[in-house]
Design a protein around this ligand. Structure first.
Ligand SMILES: *[C@@H]1O[C@H](CO)[C@@H](O)[C@H](O)[C@H]1NC(C)=O
Length: 342
């Protein structure tokens, strides 16, 4: 444990002891395998393809990431765009400059001892069209995974938030990606798969895709030739429509309520889950709701491997969820709270 974290932990001991006993017990037991932050920037300027580095998009700040690592964070979800990495067509070759910056970012993170989760922030679309070819998607993943196959601290996240499409197709795309990644020799890495309906935990068992099927009906059959390295990534926000666009949280217990059905599904299907995006604004209700949800995740750590906050990154300005160390408005409220699960 880093010295600063030790001092902070010591300083907060009297506060913790003043809490009800059950909460203390949960937190004492509650450590998570993956405690992380989304790093946004390389996917900014979505409408500007390819866009200009420094004008339309940017890369995460490694000194900010180092600040988080020193607090105990071990996972950074690096948001990229497929159209910038592999321009013109999904089956094409890598853009050298974008790949260089991605590699610098990934290597920078993993040299700090943390996981770098690479996620095409594409919503299951390429150039605005729903990806329907499992073969082309597999080719994309072979191209990308081959570059990072020797770095076991990389995590491959198949795609960010599929939505408004066939859930059967989403599962098939995920299976194609898993097979493609393993086929190029990337066998030491974790893979996280995402579902339809914005991969929402709260709607995992209820929202149907255009084929009338839920994620719970289509995603359970995925297979991986590597043992225990497949993780189901779900997202969970706390506002009324679950989109993470409002600063108002529904209630102080909405997080744990929204995770219940997915938790049961994971357990019954012997799967491991990860909350790859969550956040609350800075106000007493949201703060209590974030605490409640993290406590629930930790209490159910037999099926939940971790939680990754949305978001940090150099260009957020006064965005309500930003935990970027130098100017993030949510940093002082949430950075140490999340780190306490590491
Ligand atoms: C991106 O890579 C270029 C070299 O191609 C380098 O000059 C630049 O500093 C990198 N930018 C960032 C933000 O990492």
């Amino acid at each position: 444990m880093h010295l600063l974290s030790l001092l902070l932990a010591a300083g907060s001991a009297s506060f913790v002891l003043a809490q009800p006993l059950t909460e203390v017990n949960q937190r004492a037991a509650g450590k998570l395998q993956f405690v992380g932050i989304n790093e946004a920037g390389p996917e900014f300027g979505e409408g500007k393809i390819p866009g200009r580095l420094g004008t339309d998009y940017t890369w995460p700040d490694l000194s900010s990431i180092s600040t988080f690592v020193n607090k105990g964070y071990n996972t950074f979800r690096v948001n990229i765009l497929m159209e910038r990495l592999v321009p013109n067509q999904m089956t094409g070759s890598l853009d050298a400059a974008y790949l260089t910056n991605l590699t610098q970012t990934v290597d920078g993170i993993t040299k700090l001892g943390a996981y770098a989760m690479i996620v095409p922030h594409n919503y299951g679309r390429y150039n605005g069209a729903i990806i329907t070819s499992t073969q082309d998607f597999a080719t994309f993943w072979k191209t990308l995974a081959a570059k990072f196959k020797d770095n076991e601290k990389v995590i491959f996240d198949t795609n960010n938030e599929f939505h408004d499409e066939s859930s059967t197709l989403v599962a098939e795309l995920n299976q194609a990606a898993i097979n493609a990644i393993r086929s190029v020799g990337a066998t030491s890495q974790y893979i996280t798969v995402e579902g339809n309906a914005w991969t929402g935990a709260w709607t995992w068992t209820t929202t149907q895709g255009t084929d009338g099927k839920t994620n719970s009906q289509t995603m359970g059959t995925l297979t991986d030739s590597v043992k225990n390295k497949l993780i189901y990534q779900m997202h969970q926000y706390l506002d009324s429509d679950g989109s993470g666009t409002s600063s108002t949280c529904v209630s102080r217990t909405i997080g744990s309520e929204r995770l219940k059905a997915a938790t049961t599904w994971l357990r019954e299907n012997k799967k491991i889950g990860l909350i790859g995006e969550f956040a609350g604004a800075v106000n007493p209700d949201c703060e209590a709701a974030v605490k409640d949800m993290l406590a629930f995740i930790a209490k159910n750590s037999d099926v939940w491997a971790g939680a990754v906050w949305w978001a940090a990154g150099p260009w957020w300005g006064n965005y309500m969820f930003s935990v970027e160390p130098k100017d993030g408005v949510a940093y002082s409220t949430y950075a140490d709270l999340i780190a306490s699960y590491a």
